[in-house]
Design a protein around this ligand. Structure first.
Ligand SMILES: Cc1cc2nc3c(=O)[nH]c(=O)nc-3n(C[C@H](O)[C@H](O)[C@H](O)COP(=O)(O)OP(=O)(O)OC[C@H]3O[C@@H](n4cnc5c(N)ncnc54)[C@H](O)[C@@H]3O)c2cc1C
Length: 516
């Protein structure tokens, strides 16, 4: 891919900086609109926020409470589209809100019925009131003292980094060039001061390149200020990162298929407990931060908040020793004009900034609306550059791996149509049969597949984002890292020293995913 990128004397129509939800959506939108497209990511795809979400494809019930009806409608429509376009990765998830008293019951039943109406034909199922007895039957681990009844509603649930990989594969199949471990460290400008390319550095060997592009898109999430300052060094920062933390617990804490949504915890925050890959993800928090990082670390107060709150709503309170993994992500919110420190109140809606030199920056939004955000970006670029408007082709575009029906009980279901091809390798190539970890259900062939077909370059790429082991059980992931490194080294023609560095690097990252 790097050789192909270097062999583009004419350059690209679109250069997208950043391989998170925002960037991959824009790359797919651009290439399917017929533009020559390059996406570069300085680390691995979705290394930052886009692999650390709550895993919901949702309309955003809480934004409804804030009266942001347009945002909720937009997200409900995109939720429905994504469910149709990537049914191997997005599924219908039922949530139960434990209610306390008649007022709660009425408010949530009416509010969620409105939520269904807003979704219209994209609704995933009708919301309904259920008795306390029924709620406890569906979720036997709910603390009976914390509810008088329940309200059931539906949203979507997905695997964030797997979706990103499949979207990138779709874009690449349409002709886009997508490269990880390739950092933009400068912007190129023409005589009139307009941006017409980027300076790049290969993060694996330090090699430097210059690539031309007619439209350069800054989709770097919480790092957007850095690119904006490459364009205009005196530019004031506009990002306010807000940290969200999740813990992962064994399925025994939330058996069955329903998720729990607590709209108002004691301090007014929302808390989700969602079944995911045979575990339970519980979170999230909302803590304003000053400085962004690729691997943010959970704060003690966030850990305590999640454990304490979950402990009040569940019959068995989770303890620190029960936490299989803990991960933190940063919301790239656009800072408000005033001085509010409350990030919950900053709009989640996406924003596009266009600089005098035509740097197109997209900030905010959410995974659920990544396709719509991309459509909006294409419209903006075409209008600004006076290019012909090309209607979007992604609304019904099937994402790589598409399979109308998958068996969710199959641990490899998320490979969709790739599943058979992957299993074929283990049948035909000696030494690749069997599991690396029974606990995590990680097959040896998944490692090989990730290297050959999904651009995995490091042990962390495989264990964190191609398979989700690090997020599902950090200690077990560290245990199996040497075997993963060995398999990768064979595939990538690397030596023992490479393996050792990989294992060490992975252990250092995994340290932050474990609680003592
Ligand atoms: C805790 C939490 C939970 C969330 N849960 C949900 C949810 O359940 N559902 C939902 O819809 N949304 C959710 N969101 C929102 C959603 O995850 C984010 O809006 C989205 O992931 C942001 O994607 P992004 O591409 O803008 O940023 P990022 O994911 O941060 O991607 C930006 C990328 O740019 C790269 N980059 C930076 N600088 C450079 C450079 N110089 N050169 C090349 N590359 C560069 C970075 O390495 C990074 O990979 C959640 C967010 C958080 C924080």
């Amino acid at each position: 891919m790097i050789a192909m990128m270097r062999n583009q004397p004419e350059g690209y129509d679109f250069i997208v900086i950043g391989g998170g939800a925002t960037g991959i959506g824009i790359a797919l939108e651009a290439v399917t609109s017929g533009y020559k497209t390059l996406l570069v990511e300085k680390s691995d795809f979705t290394k930052s926020t886009s692999s650390k979400s709550t895993k919901l494809v949702h309309g955003g019930v809480r934004y409804l409470a804030q009266g942001d009806i347009a945002l909720v409608r937009e997200a409900c429509v995109e939720r429905g589209r994504l469910l149709k376009n990537a049914p191997h990765l997005v599924k219908n998830q039922s949530f139960i809100i434990p209610t306390k008293g008649l007022f709660d019951e009425l408010m949530y039943t009416v509010g969620l019925t409105f939520y269904d109406l807003l979704a219209g034909k994209y609704s995933l199922g009708r919301s309904l009131y259920i008795s306390k007895r029924k709620a406890l039957k569906r979720i036997p681990t709910l603390n009976p003292k914390k509810l008088s009844a329940g309200v059931v509603y539906h949203d979507g649930q997905f695997d964030d980094s797997r979706l990103a990989v499949n979207v990138l594969q779709t874009a690449a199949e349409k002709g886009a060039h997508v490269i990880n471990y390739m950092m933009v460290n400068g912007l190129l400008k023409d005589n009139s001061g307009k941006i017409n390319g980027v300076h790049l550095m290969d993060m694996e060997n330090g090699e430097k390149f210059t690539v031309k592009g007619k439209a350069v898109i800054n989709a770097t999430g919480v790092f957007a200020d850095e690119i904006m300052q490459m364009d205009k060094p005196e530019m004031k920062k506009i990002i306010r990162p807000s940290q969200g933390v999740h813990i992962v617990l064994d399925k025994e804490f939330l058996p069955g298929n329903d998720a729990i949504m607590i709209p108002k915890t004691d301090d007014g925050r929302v808390l989700f407990a969602v079944p995911w890959h045979n575990r339970v993800v519980v979170g999230t928090t909302d803590t304003p931060l000053e400085i962004p990082s690729l691997e943010p670390v959970a704060l003690e107060e966030e850990i305590n908040f999640i454990l304490n709150t979950a402990g009040r709503y569940l019959t068995k309170a989770p303890q620190r020793k029960d936490v299989l993994s803990i991960f933190a992500g940063l919301r790239p919110l656009a800072a408000p004009k005033g001085d509010s420190k409350k990030t919950k109140e900053i709009s989640r809606s996406h924003k596009i900034y266009i600089s005098d030199s035509d740097l197109f920056t997209m900030i905010g939004g959410k995974w659920t609306t990544f396709r719509r955000m991309a459509e909006d970006m294409l419209k903006k670029v075409e209008a600004t550059k006076s290019w012909k408007r090309i209607p979007s082709k992604t609304r019904t575009l099937k994402i790589h791996g598409y399979m109308k029906k998958v068996d969710l009980a199959d641990p490899l279901y998320f490979y969709g149509s790739d599943r058979e091809k992957l299993l074929k390798i283990s049948e035909t190539e000696p030494g690749l049969e069997g599991l690396i970890s029974e606990k995590l259900n990680l097959h040896k062939v998944q490692v090989i597949w990730a290297v050959r077909n999904e651009m995995a370059r490091t042990v962390e790429d495989v264990l964190s984002r191609r398979a989700r082991c690090l997020l599902l059980d950090a200690r077990e992931s560290v245990r199996i890292a040497p075997e993963v490194a060995q398999l990768m080294a064979r595939e990538l023609n690397q030596d023992k020293a490479w393996e050792e560095v990989q294992v060490r690097n992975f252990a250092a990252v995994a340290e932050n995913y474990m609680l003592n």
